[in-house]
Design a protein around this ligand. Structure first.
Ligand code: NAP
Length: 331
């Protein structure tokens, strides 16, 4: 039996291209004691994957010729690990491949009674729903009286962050690229307003939509979007740095915010976080998210690309913005 996997062929210098990756075929290794063989069902397309192609990356730098890292959901085909049996759904570091052989101890068994297993990559996923909850509720401490602005709002973390902020009672303005995504933010995500950063002046629109300024800016993008938000902070505002996707493909230095002096001028704060900081609260956060999902107060649309050969293009798509909600690959 063979597996197919996506490996990094060459380190990209700047924009990622499909040619930087290759698909290879290999025999599936024999199971050792305490290992399980999995059919990979869904892979989470995450920005951190691209950062592992850079030198000195926070999540470690990928080795050429090795499978690209990816979190995913797998179904147990064969098990030599007590506690995992054929047919069980599990979450873990699957890697960009059709099948995975992993130590059972690295996997988390998933309860599929109420929500499909792939929800553990999206709305209940560490890199998506949990990240959004941690940023909005725990770091941003969003209150009902707040005006909250979210960048990359039509993406996975952003779509969840907007809805979580709405569930906290806040007024929410989403920033996304293009009129279709802005309509999606209003119609499906429940944003009060949306700004199309590709065709509108963010600073002008924020001044019109929130003349008294922003209480919380939840940033996924960095660069010019962050700079425009900094010009519109209310006294005591909180800027939450979740990510900076506009900077991950830069070959030189990351471009920091030019307007950072607005932080002291407005007695504001800028706080960054990684979701891992909240690891001890994952179960509790997941419960809160699932409650909203089951009550119809939180929904994350998914875009699923079929076939492992779609993985390179899907990763590129995350940066070009060719998706709404959570981007997944079904190998
Ligand atoms: P996503 O939002 O589903 O996809 C990324 C989106 O970013 C794209 O859809 C695109 O939307 C937008 N984008 C890409 N390049 C851009 C640019 N140059 N300027 C403006 N917008 C750009 O991705 P995600 O997985 O949910 O990740 C969102 C952010 O969360 C990333 O920054 C990621 O690093 C961060 N994150 C942080 C943590 C943490 O622990 N802090 C954990 C997970 C993820 P448009 O079409 O609107 O441009």
């Amino acid at each position: 039996m063979k597996l197919q996997r996506v490996v990094l062929k060459e380190y990209p210098k700047g924009e990622l291209q499909a040619e930087h990756m290759a698909i290879i075929e290999e025999a599936i290794p024999e199971l050792a004691e305490d290992q399980v063989l999995l059919q990979v069902e869904h892979l989470s397309i995450d920005a951190f994957i691209r950062t592992t192609f850079n030198e000195g990356a926070f999540h470690g730098t990928a080795d050429l010729g090795q499978p690209i890292v990816a979190l995913g959901i797998g179904r147990v085909i064969d098990s030599r690990f007590d506690g995992l049996n054929q047919g069980d759904a599990v979450f873990g570091p699957m890697g960009a491949q059709t099948h995975a052989v992993l130590p059972g101890a690295m996997l988390q068994k998933i309860d599929e009674d109420e929500l499909p297993a792939r929800a553990h990559l999206g709305v209940l996923g560490v890199t998506t729903g949990l990240t959004a909850y941690a940023g909005i509720v725990r770091v941003g401490e969003v209150q009902a009286s707040d005006v909250v602005v979210v960048s990359a709002a039509a993406g996975a973390v952003g779509s969840c962050a907007c809805q979580i902020a709405k569930n906290c009672g806040a007024r929410v303005i989403g920033i996304a690229g293009g009129s279709e995504k802005c309509q999606f933010l209003i119609d499906e995500i429940g944003c009060d307003d949306a700004i199309d950063y590709k065709h509108e002046d963010i600073d002008e629109r924020l001044k019109a939509l929130a003349p008294d300024g922003l209480d919380v800016f939840f940033d996924n993008v960095g660069g010019a979007v962050l700079d425009a938000a900094l010009l519109n902070l209310k006294e005591g505002a909180r800027v939450v740095i979740c990510g900076a996707i506009s900077q991950y493909e830069r070959t030189g230095d990351v471009k920091g915010p030019t307007n950072y002096l607005k932080i002291p001028e407005r007695n504001a704060s800028m706080l960054g976080y990684t979701v891992f900081r909240f690891a001890e609260e994952y179960d509790q956060i997941r419960e809160a998210l699932a409650e909203w999902v089951l009550a119809g107060q939180l929904a994350l649309p998914e875009q699923v690309e079929e076939g492992i050969e779609q993985f390179p293009d899907a990763l590129i798509k995350l940066f070009s913005g060719g998706h709404k909600g959570k981007l997944l690959v079904a190998p």
